[in-house]
Write a protein that binds this ligand. Structure first.
Ligand code: NDP
Ligand code: MG
Length: 387
């Protein structure tokens, strides 16, 4: 069989490196087209050389000389900047991993979909900001989207062979993040360092902080609504501190199909890489007798207001997801830079959503990338003023 042409957007990050770990185990199976990164030029160049990529791209134009130097004498092309990123994502490929963090991942992911690729989607922000546009682009081009976020991969797997009309509800689990056992009064003083540790998963810093604030779960609720097209009232979250059940699908006959697995992203990445086959993966096997107990508790919207705000976005749809995400990204930046406290992040997002609510066009059913860009820009501006 022919090697599959693959690209990895966000190759230097946590998901990108886990993807490369799987790909590098079977080098003959893949022709690597593009690898992209940001500041970590040494990692990007080393992986591009080892995997014989066609092109390596950094989003930072000022880093091009360093990337060129690191690739000198090899056949790997070097490129830089946002336009180069989109161009690389557009190069013909069978399978593209979308693992850039944040809103920046939307345009390259769309470009890959436009080319008809199968897009393995870790970048949940794409579905939150422009779910309808992503699905429509895939439909038009003959491409497809496979979820990589662990909860959505779990739901996807639980739905194989099932009829979506028999789904009563979907429950995605939440670890509860770094502060799940803190008394609520302590949260006001939580620091970025404290929020940057995760009880179960090793991930990039931004998603780790988003786990502590539950903004990650909020994004995932919206992602579930967009990806599976379910009524928001059928989508729930529950705190499950062990992070072994990733999601459950409840059917009209009372059955619950739960997806259980170790907290290792190589499972969901590998599932998307090999779909529709299931192949052996180098993840730990669970010893249920040793684990003993799985526990669950309610996800409290007073402790985590992000969950309440997500529900509003799930009902409104249109451009409200782009506004929600942009305000969240601005608030997260401000928290990391110590301009605002931990609990003020949700206040920023709520304020921006309220301010934009009055504006025309937020509920537009038909959205395109220009409208999403404008909504993103406006939300960041309003967030900055409020901060
Ligand atoms: P990381 O922060 O570890 O990696 C982000 C990647 O994006 C890096 O390659 C980084 O480059 C690059 N990057 C950063 N900013 C930009 C930009 N403005 N333009 C282009 N590229 C950029 O993130 P994660 O791997 O943790 O997460 C990636 C995505 O996957 C996120 O959307 C996250 O929500 C999602 N996800 C992650 C999970 C995980 O386990 N980590 C689980 C489920 C979903 P560099 O580092 O070189 O600067
Ligand atoms: Mg997840």
């Amino acid at each position: 069989t022919q090697p599959r042409r693959i690209s990895i957007l966000g190759a230097t990050g946590s998901i990108g490196q886990n993807t490369i770990d799987l790909v590098a185990r079977d080098p003959d199976a893949y022709d690597v087209v593009a690898l992209t990164g940001g500041r970590n030029i040494a990692r990007l160049a080393a992986d591009a050389l080892a995997l014989h990529a066609e092109v390596a791209v950094t989003c930072h134009e000022d880093a091009l000389p360093e990337l060129r130097a690191a690739l000198a004498g090899s056949s790997v092309e070097a490129a830089a900047g946002d336009a180069a990123l989109v161009e690389a994502a557009r190069r013909p490929a069978d399978w593209v991993m979308s693992a850039i963090v944040g809103y920046a991942g939307l345009a390259p992911g769309l470009a890959a979909l436009e080319g008809g690729a199968t897009l393995a989607l870790a970048n949940k922000e794409s579905m939150v900001c422009a779910g309808a546009l992503m699905l429509e682009t895939a439909r038009r081009s003959g491409g497809r989207i496979l979820p990589v976020d662990s909860e959505h991969s779990a739901v996807f797997q639980a739905l194989i062979g099932e009829d979506i009309s028999a789904v009563e509800r979907v429950v995605i689990t939440a670890s509860g993040g770094a502060f799940r056992d803190w008394p609520i009064e302590r949260l006001a003083g939580a620091t970025p360092e404290q929020a940057s540790t995760h009880p179960n998963w090793a991930m990039g810093q931004r998603i780790t902080i988003d786990s502590a604030s539950m903004f990650n779960k909020a994004l995932e609720l919206i992602e579930t609504r967009e990806f599976f097209g379910l009524d928001p009232d059928r989508i729930e979250t529950v705190v499950h501190p062990e992070s072994l059940i990733h999601a459950l699908v409840g059917f009209t006959d009372g059955a619950f199909m739960a997806h259980v697995g170790p907290p290792d992203m190589r499972h969901a990445i590998g599932f998307a890489l090999h779909h529709p086959q299931r192949r052996a993966l180098p993840v730990a096997r669970l010893d249920l007798a040793a684990i003993g107990t799985l526990t669950f508790r309610p996800a409290d919207e007073t402790r985590w207001p992000a969950l309440r705000l997500a529900r509003e976005v799930m009902h409104r749809r249109g451009l409200s997801g782009a506004v929600f995400n942009a305000a969240k990204e601005a608030a997260l930046d401000a928290f990391i830079e110590r301009q605002i406290g931990f609990q003020q992040m949700s206040q920023v997002v709520e304020h921006v959503l309220d301010r934009v609510s009055a504006q025309a066009g937020l509920d537009d059913a038909v959205i395109d990338l220009d409208k999403v860009r404008a909504a993103d820009h406006l939300a960041r501006q309003l967030a900055a003023e409020f901060i």
